[in-house]
Design a protein. Structure first.
Ligand code: NAI
Length: 305
């Protein structure tokens, strides 16, 4: 595979577009903030500054990243509200409006972990994880969305995970939230289409405090800054992709998609008919990749007409 590097391609610039990046006091979010700021985006560096499990808070984390951006000649403002409440989401968007007068880009990145096997999963482990990842994206994107609709432009990039999309031991809370973000993204793409708003999701793999204990030797190859080029492209106005999910890590970027087999049809379907034709039901030859519900429904039509 030969990388295509066009010397003629102008650098993707953001020319004063305003980006909210949640959880940007460290890890991946910090890298997104630094890269977008270096491309002339105005940044809201949001971070509660707590531990990996979501406990505690520290206003210093976001401010440090703001200082870093300013030292490099960029523009940024710190915000320490939690994404986990509707009030927090409103306040984060208000920070963008107060500092820069608008919001063009939301990068839903804040996250916590409370891993436990499903049979030991309790509400105190489940709810905060869903509140930060899934409800957090609702809480921040909603007030931004109102403005994006008005200005007929917006970019939303949400951080999903292979742990939810593909499954991983001990992460029902996290996996459900992360796959929930895929559903949110797909519906936002449908609803945003008329308003110039694109929504996409990423499933990253990188060395951060969240993953440093589990990546082993591979961690050396998975620098967190290698996630930000994809996020930056998805946040750019030249990127037409919407409703899509991308896997990214260590310099490799790929698309993850939901496919549907052609299926088996019998107008008088029985349980035995399903069992007998399981190979046809699950035959992935010639599968389809519907972009939305309407395209999925259309797959029934050849059988029903
Ligand atoms: P991280 O722990 O360094 O970053 C997460 C940030 O979110 C922290 O700075 C934390 O203070 C902040 N945060 C937590 N709760 C918050 C809240 N309620 N409000 C505002 N900020 C809050 O970890 P990392 O790896 O940078 O994670 C970033 C995102 O990427 C997360 O959503 C994570 O689930 C996701 N992810 C990361 C992977 C990896 O390989 N590092 C793999 C798959 C997903």
């Amino acid at each position: 595979m030969i990388p295509v590097r066009s010397p003629a391609m102008a650098q993707l610039g953001f020319d004063g577009k305003v980006a909210i990046i949640t959880g940007a006091g460290g890890g991946l979010g910090r890298q997104h903030a630094l890269l977008l700021a270096s491309r002339s985006a105005l940044i809201v560096v949001n971070d509660l500054g707590g531990a990996v499990d979501g406990s505690g808070s520290d206003a210093g984390a976001a401010q440090l990243v703001v200082d870093e951006i300013k030292q490099a000649g960029g523009e940024a403002v710190a915000d320490n509200n939690s994404v986990a409440t509707a009030d927090g989401g409103e306040a984060i968007v208000q920070t963008a409006i107060d500092a820069f007068g608008r919001v063009d880009i939301v990068i839903n990145n804040a996250g916590i972990l409370r891993d436990k096997t499903f049979h030991n999963m309790t509400p105190d482990l489940r709810d905060p994880v869903i509140d930060v990842h899934l409800n957090g994206a609702f809480n921040v994107t909603k007030p931004a969305w109102i403005r994006m609709r008005e200005q007929r432009y917006g970019r939303v990039v949400s951080t999903s995970s292979a742990a939810g999309v593909f499954g991983n031991f001990g992460q029902t809370n996290y996996g459900a939230a992360k796959m929930g973000l895929v559903g949110l993204t797909r519906v936002l793409a449908v609803e945003g289409a008329r308003y110039g708003i694109n929504a996409n999701a990423i499933a990253p793999l990188a060395r951060t405090r969240m993953t440093e204990d589990i990546l082993g030797g591979l961690g050396d190859k998975l620098a967190p800054e290698l996630i930000s080029p994809l996020v930056t492209y998805l946040a750019h106005e030249s990127c037409a992709a919407t409703g899509r999910l991308f896997s990214i890590g260590g310099g490799r970027v790929a698309e993850v998609f939901l496919g549907e087999t052609n299926g088996y049809f019998d107008a008088a379907l029985t349980p035995e008919g399903v069992a007998d034709n399981w190979a046809t039901v699950t035959d992935r030859e010639g599968y389809s990749v519907p972009a939305n519900l309407a395209e999925e429904t259309a797959l029934f039509l050849p059988f029903l007409s």
